[in-house]
Design a protein around this ligand. Structure first.
Ligand code: URA
Length: 492
């Protein structure tokens, strides 16, 4: 049997993958006869690649329209293709093949192992992007143009290109570089560009970041391609003496011929082409399963939380519930009386109304992860009754790290804040529901966050007509979310 080698331009070449897959489908080549790989093209500082490179053109973008593919699959592929598992390209092509060869409803078969594998990959990628946004810490180095910021980060997947625009939005007026072993991102105040990864390591302090920057600069310097003219055009010579890395330039230039010769000899001895780059060390899928198991550890840890006084009178901590990973997460305020007694979120009157609204909006609660901003029930006693009390800002903020860690593990594409308490927990500040409703919030965390009312608000409305109207508006908000997180929609 002949196997067709298909080579993509880069690890993140979605457009190339789509064009190739389309051409292969039109040709009728089954998944078992395709061997996917990534080209080992070398890239360095002086061939910085602009944002969003792809090999679609090379793949034959004009290969014809190809069979129609559900939007849901495209959304899944966009994330899963960034996973570090080399099998992801084949997994996606296999899914596409089945979708277009007699299994058009495949995406509705939640238990299908191949679909599950792709969904787990996509969720891991989203989680990795979230971590990068949350944990990158810039340190300052100084050059002739003033201060610039450098950070080190070790992503598990090929997420640097997708995660970088977030830093452009947040830090548009400073120059920065984020170095990672997979890819390095550079923002010069005007343009975002990417270069090959760097084998550095977490810098312990400001001196270490200087050192890291120098080593990075030395490592991207390819003596076989010494082009002082190009170097000068990228970085005018008058700046060289001020840059930490510039101290290296004279010796790098002097040693270039000898180093180039040594590289050729070493490559020849190893039987390698000069352009061959070592492939990234791939993280096995098993690691993901371990990470996903962390929801149990998190729940156990949260059960012992004493960060605010609410734990004392409550019966128990009420943690989130639902699939992990999940495409959609709903965040409520805090457990009510029944939730406190049973240990499960949203099972009382507000929960029943929520279930009904989810159904009316075409969402399947079983596919949704449901949790609360505050994990203990806050109440006052009135006779024998426990009356709900709104948590204050201190209590919300004390619980916030549990929610953030839950989000990192569950890795939802879309998060919905039900009411003002959830909105505050997600945004880290008070938000007005009226003005935030229906819009996508740009928060520190990288997820599509939407705000709507809390179902208890509907239950409290005294006027029946107003309640019916507000209920319809609530369902409309959730229906909008169903479009954003189609994998949580009721399976048809
Ligand atoms: N209200 C909430 O916000 N959460 C629950 O779990 C129940 C009621």
């Amino acid at each position: 049997m002949n196997v067709r080698p298909v080579v993509l331009a880069s690890e993140t070449d979605l457009a190339g993958w789509r064009a190739q897959a389309r051409a292969l489908l039109l040709e009728g080549l089954p998944p078992g006869q395709v061997a996917w790989s990534i080209s080992g093209a070398e890239r360095d500082l002086f061939t910085l690649i602009p944002e969003q490179p792809d090999s679609a053109a090379a793949a034959g973008n004009s290969a014809g329209a190809g069979p129609p593919v559900p939007r849901r699959f495209i959304a899944l592929a966009e994330d899963a293709i960034l996973h570090s598992d080399p099998a992801r390209l084949a997994v996606l092509y296999h899914l596409l093949w089945r979708l277009t060869h007699g299994e058009p409803k495949l995406l509705a078969v939640a238990a299908d192992p191949l679909l599950r594998r792709a969904e787990v990959m996509a969720a891991a990628v989203r989680r990795d992007i979230h971590k990068m946004h949350a944990f990158v810490r810039f340190r300052t180095v100084t050059d002739d143009d003033g201060e610039m910021s450098v950070a080190w980060f070790e992503p598990a997947h090929h997420i640097v290109e997708k995660a970088a625009p977030f830093f452009v939005r947040r830090f548009s007026d400073m120059r920065w570089s984020i170095l990672t072993p997979r890819r390095c991102a550079h923002w010069d105040g005007e343009a975002l560009s990417f270069a090959a990864g760097h084998a550095g390591g977490e810098p312990a302090d400001d001196d270490a970041i200087d050192d890291l920057w120098r080593r990075y600069y030395a490592s991207i310097f390819n003596p076989a391609r010494l082009k002082p003219k190009a170097m000068r055009s990228q970085m005018p010579q008058r700046y060289w003496h001020n840059l930490p890395e510039a101290a290296l330039i004279p010796s790098l230039c002097r040693d270039a011929p000898a180093r180039a010769e040594a590289m050729v000899k070493a490559a020849a001895a190893a039987g390698l082409a000069m352009t061959a780059e070592p492939g990234p060390k791939e993280g096995p899928t098993m690691l993901l399963e371990t990470e996903i198991g962390n929801i149990d550890t998190l729940r156990r840890d949260a059960a012992g939380c004493r960060a605010c006084p609410l734990y004392a009178p409550a019966s128990q901590m009420v943690f989130g519930e639902g699939p992990v990973p999940a495409p959609l997460m709903l965040v409520g305020e805090q457990p009510g009386d029944q939730e406190d007694l049973t240990g499960r979120p949203f099972i009382g009157p507000a929960g029943m109304l929520l279930d009904e609204a989810l159904r009316d909006a075409g969402l399947d609660r079983r596919a949704v992860y449901v949790t609360n901003a505050v994990k203990h029930f806050k109440f006052v006693m009135r006779g024998k009754r426990r009356l709900h009390q709104k948590p204050n800002a201190i209590e919300i903020d004390a619980c916030r790290s549990w929610l953030q860690r839950e989000i990192a593990v569950v890795a939802p594409q879309t998060i919905v804040a039900l009411g003002a308490t959830a909105a505050r927990a997600l945004a880290g500040r008070d938000l007005r529901i009226g003005t935030s409703r229906g819009r996508s919030l740009t928060l520190d965390i990288h997820h599509d966050v939407r705000v709507t009312v809390h179902p208890s608000y509907l239950l409290r409305l005294p006027d029946e007509r107003a309640r019916a109207q507000e209920y319809q508006a609530f369902v409309a908000d959730l229906a909008q979310v169903a479009q954003l997180a189609p994998l949580a929609a009721v399976r048809s």
